[in-house]
Design a protein around this ligand. Structure first.
Ligand SMILES: C[S@@+](CC[C@H](N)C(=O)[O-])C[C@H]1O[C@@H](n2cnc3c(N)ncnc32)[C@H](O)[C@@H]1O
Length: 156
């Protein structure tokens, strides 16, 4: 599936929904050239990890982090996002595809701590209703940016 970067308006909506704090650890799964996770850590003081399979995009992401002055707080990994351990994440950023979001949902709910925020540009999680969403009216058709807050797990 082709690489497509998030627009500036979508990034701002993602950050508005994520409500980042300095103590957050942000994972950007399918980070591309790193623009979203770089904006996330730059504005908040949080730390971030970008994951992608494309080595060329990852090199660009690293260069972009250096240029933005955040290379000490963000790192990039060449990894399949389905192999990424998310147990330390407090925020997960996504701009993937509908079927990947839906395949990812059980992993997100299994690994993320209660209260973690998941923000997705453009694509929802099928029947799993979002906590909030923002509608963007750029381009030919309006599209949404979604937030889910991971619920507490029932006591065993
Ligand atoms: C639509 S682009 C979004 C890029 C960036 N997150 C943004 O919003 O600008 C999706 C990215 O996911 C990456 N990707 C797709 N499948 C992946 C996988 N299984 N593991 C890691 N990265 C993946 C692609 O290489 C691509 O860079």
């Amino acid at each position: 599936m082709p690489y497509e970067p998030s627009s500036e308006a979508a990034i701002q909506a993602m950050l508005q929904l994520a409500q980042l704090r300095r103590e957050d650890l942000v994972y950007d799964l399918g980070c591309g050239d790193g623009r979203v996770v770089i904006a996330a850590v730059r504005g908040s003081g949080a730390r971030g990890i970008g994951v992608d399979l494309d080595p060329k995009l990852l090199r660009q992401a690293q260069a972009n982090a250096v240029q933005a002055g955040v290379s000490k707080r963000v790192s990039f990994r060449a990894q399949d996002l389905f192999e990424t351990d998310l147990r330390q994440a407090s925020v997960v950023l996504l701009f993937l595809w509908p079927e990947i979001n839906q395949r990812l949902l059980p992993k997100l709910l299994r690994e993320l701590p209660a209260g973690a925020r998941v923000v997705s540009n453009m694509h929802d999680m099928g029947d799993y209703a979002p906590t909030r969403r923002i509608t963007l009216r750029e381009g030919a058709r309006p599209h949404h940016v979604y937030l889910w807050v991971v619920p507490a797990r029932p006591l065993k």
